[in-house]
Structure formats: structure tokens, C-alpha cells
Write a protein that binds this ligand. Structure first.
Ligand code: NDP
Length: 399
């Protein structure tokens, strides 16, 4: 049926490529393109012999002209951007220039400013509408499935959603004293930033990791969770009418936080360039280079993730609670695609989002966050593609 260009061959790119190849009726051909071509070639080696035809290429995704010529040569139906958030705008520009649909899993963040916001990508709305092409923003798990869960709750269970708590639990253990489960630079920038949540039409800022609770996660048990700012809060606050509060929570172990505190205290998490042996370097980039590559954590990581949303609101004049979540096992993911569950839970939804566009279910001109689109076919595809979800109408509630 279609062709997809996958940009990025890291932890998430690996999952997207494998999952596209598991759906050859939709993805007849894929081109995996990234900065390091060897990583793309390795994936091709693993996937060759299946029904999906696999190609590889080297590309610098910071260079729009290079991207345009790659897209013009391959003529994909969609570009799946699983490089880094810094490349979102150059790739969106190339899609606009070539009239190609676009999908990503993380919103744009200028490399020199640690602040993610949708404003830069939402600014493409009219140009995408005029060009008659689709952009799907933030289609991993969180953001991504969390938005689909919200649209599903809104469509089937609520007249009005008042409170949303998004809970991201990783109870996996990789055996290292300190490592991040996805790109360290992105991960550490996210965690060391002030916390933010949305309440009664306003953003409330907290100190980094200031608000802590404990939650009893289904299939995992009690875990400490911390309030963080996360990008889907911004789009959900805009798209879910009547919502009063949206918060995002993530689990961290005490060991992880102690390491992070030390690294922060000595200046290793800073993005301010410093001079070292005659060269300007960003301490955080250097830290990334010495930490374990997240792509190598797969074989070592044991345990489960649980990511979901708790909704409180009203239906037919009565209060209602609803919790929908997915539990994923690190080792099962690794056996299937060679990646741990953090990459798996981001890569599967990216493939499904691309499938929704290529099959016409999410194909309309403009720039969209996932909660603006029909959740039903996506929820069905999650069950069929390795991320089955469960629901409860009597969840534990966070104060
Ligand atoms: P990795 O660092 O493992 O992979 C990034 C890939 O992009 C690498 O292959 C890298 O190449 C490539 N890349 C980086 N810069 C360029 C460039 N200028 N040109 C071409 N290729 C480039 O990251 P992850 O796979 O963990 O994450 C990928 C994306 O997914 C990130 O944006 C991340 O924020 C997002 N994400 C989203 C989640 C969600 O649930 N929504 C969850 C987890 C991640 P090289 O191999 O040479 O370094």
C-alpha cells in the first residue's frame, strides 16, 4: 500500500523499522535514513528476507536540502521522524517542500534553549492545510498514546473530563549504577527542568522534582512518582474542553536521583558550553558520550513499564473515574525487536500513527496532535501490535 521514510536509527528507530516490517501490507517499502548509516544497514540485515523491501541511506537531518533530495528520490507516502527533537523543523520544511505527510514523537526544542513548546510546530498549520498534507505531532507513547487514551475516554466515557493524571512508571532494572533509558541529553534536560502543571487555565511552576507521591501501579506495585512538565500537557489543555487540571508523573529510583544530583552539582548536566583543551564543549553532550548508549540496555533490562492516564469527570450528570494503561515487559520487547520497553512503547505508536495516515484513517490536511483524531482505530491497532491496554473504573486516585 505505501512507502515510509524513517529518519533516525536509534532505540526508537529500531522499533519503528521492525514494526513496519511486521505490517508489510501497509508498509511495502521502507527507507531507514540516519546520520550513522551503519546503524541503518544493521537494521536492514535483520529485516531483509521479509515482505517489506528495506533500503538505507545516510542523511543529515539538520540539512533541509539533503532531506528534500532524499524524499524526492524515494517518494515516500510519509516521513516518520524518530531522530531528535532538534530536527523537527528541518524535516517539517522538507515535507512541506515535497508535499509529503509527516509524523514525529517529540516536539521541537531549540538546541540552545532547554524549553520545549508546540508553538514552533503549530505555526506550520496553515501551510500544511494549504499544501493538503498531514502532520501528526507527538505520536510515541507519552506524548502519543496518552493523547489517544484521552480522546478515547472523552469519546466513550465522559461528557466532560475535569482532571487528568498521566502516570509513567518504569520498574525496569538495567544493572548499571546510572544510565538513561532513552537519549540521555533529552532525558536529563527534561528531568532537570522546573516541574509544571496546568490548573484552572494557568501554568503552575514547581522546583524540579519538588512534588512527590507514591502510587500502587497495577502489575508492578508501589513506586515513587515525581511531577514533571511534559509536552502533552500543553496540547491537552488546548484540545480537551472543560479540563481543570492536567499533571504528569514519572517514577525515579532514589539511586537514579542521587546520581543525577551529584552530576548536576558538579555541572555535568549543563548545556552552557565550556572551553576544554582549546575546544568548546557542552558538559551534557560530554556526559552523553560517557554514559551507556540506551540502545545497548536492551539485553540487560528486566522488569516492566506501566504507562497510563487517570481521568476524573462527569457522565450523564454523575461523577466518573477511569484509568487506562499499558503494561510492557522489557525482556519480551527485547526478544521481539532487540530494544527495551522504553523504546518499544515509543516506536510502536509511531508505526501505528503512520499506518493511520497511510490507510487514510488519519489523513487530513493540517497539523494535529493525536487527541484531535479518531482514537478507535488506533486503540484497536495497539491491541494488535504489542501494546494491549487495560482499563479500570475504580482506580486509586492521586490527591
Ligand atoms: P537515539 O539517540 O537512540 O536515536 C536518535 C537517532 O537519530 C540516532 O540514530 C541518531 O544518529 C539520529 N540523528 C540524530 N541527529 C541526526 C541528524 N542531524 N541527522 C540524521 N540523524 C540524526 O534516540 P531515541 O531513539 O531514544 O529517541 C528518538 C526520538 O524519540 C527522540 O526525539 C526522543 O525524544 C523520542 N522519544 C519519544 C518518546 C515518546 O514516548 N513520545 C519516548 C522516547 C523517545 P546517530 O546514530 O548517528 O547518533
Amino acid at each position: 500500500m505505501g512507502k515510509a521514510l524513517i529518519i533516525g536509527a536509534g532505540g526508537v528507530g529500531r522499533v519503528v523499522a521492525h514494526k513496519c516490517a511486521q505490517n508489510p501490507d501497509v508498509f511495502e517499502e521502507i527507507l531507514i535514513a540516519s546520520r550513522t548509516k551503519e546503524k541503518c544497514d544493521q537494521l536492514k540485515k535483520e529485516l531483509d528476507g521479509g515482505k517489506t523491501k528495506v533500503h538505507t541511506a545516510k542523511v543529515d537531518a539538520d540539512n533541509t536540502e539533503e532531506l528534500i533530495s532524499l524524499i524526492n528520490d524515494f517518494k515516500p507516502g510519509i516521513v516518520i521522524n524518530v531522530a531528535l527533537p532538534y530536527q523537527d523543523l528541518t524535516i517539517m520544511d522538507a515535507c512541506l517542500a515535497t508535499g509529503t505527510d509527516y509524523l514525529d514523537t517529540a516536539n521541537y526544542e531549540p538546541p540552545e534553549i532547554p524549553k520545549f513548546e508546540y508553538k514552533w510546530q503549530w505555526a506550520y498549520k496553515e501551510r500544511y492545510e494549504k499544501a493538503g498534507i498531514t502532520a501528526i505531532l507527538g505520536c510515541g507513547f507519552d506524548p502519543g498514546v496518552t493523547g489517544v487514551f484521552t480522546a478515547y475516554a472523552q469519546k466513550h466515557y465522559f461528557d466532560e473530563i475535569h482532571y487528568i493524571d498521566i502516570l509513567d512508571c518504569n520498574a525496569g532494572d538495567h544493572g548499571y549504577p546510572f544510565a538513561t533509558n532513552f537519549n540521555p541529553e533529552i532525558n536529563i534536560r527534561e528531568i532537570t527542568a522546573p516541574g509544571l502543571y496546568w490548573e484552572n487555565g494557568e501554568w503552575i511552576e514547581t522546583k524540579p522534582l519538588e512534588i512527590k507521591r507514591t502510587y500502587n501501579f497495577p502489575e508492578i506495585g508501589n513506586m515513587d512518582i515525581y511531577l514533571l512538565h511534559h509536552e502533552e500537557i500543553e496540547s491537552l489543555a488546548k484540545n480537551i474542553k472543560g479540563v481543570k487540571r492536567i499533571r504528569f508523573w514519572m517514577t525515579f529510583s532514589q539511586k537514579y536521583l542521587t546520581h543525577l544530583q551529584v552530576l548536576q552539582n558538579v555541572g555535568m548536566t549543563s548545556i552552557e558550553p565550556i572551553e576544554f583543551e582549546g575546544k568548546l564543549i557542552q558538559p551534557l553532550k560530554f556526559l552523553k558520550a560517557v554514559l551507556p548508549d540506551p540502545a545497548t540496555l536492551g539485553p540487560k533490562t528486566k522488569g516492566k513499564t506501566n504507562i497510563g492516564c487517570i481521568f476524573r469527570g462527569v457522565k450523564d450528570g454523575k461523577p466518573r473515574d477511569y484509568y487506562v494503561y499499558n503494561v510492557c515487559d522489557h525482556q519480551e520487547c527485547y526478544r521481539e525487536v532487540g530494544s527495551q520497553a522504553v523504546s518499544y512503547t515509543a516506536g510502536v505508536p509511531a508505526m501505528i500513527g503512520a499506518m493511520m495516515v497511510l490507510t487514510g484513517k488519519w489523513k487530513k490536511p493540517g497539523v494535529f496532535n493525536v487527541e484531535e483524531l479518531d482514537p478507535d482505530p488506533f486503540m484497536d491497532a495497539l491491541n494488535k501490535n504489542g501494546l494491549p491496554w487495560k482499563e479500570s473504573f475504580t482506580p486509586d486516585i492521586l490527591d
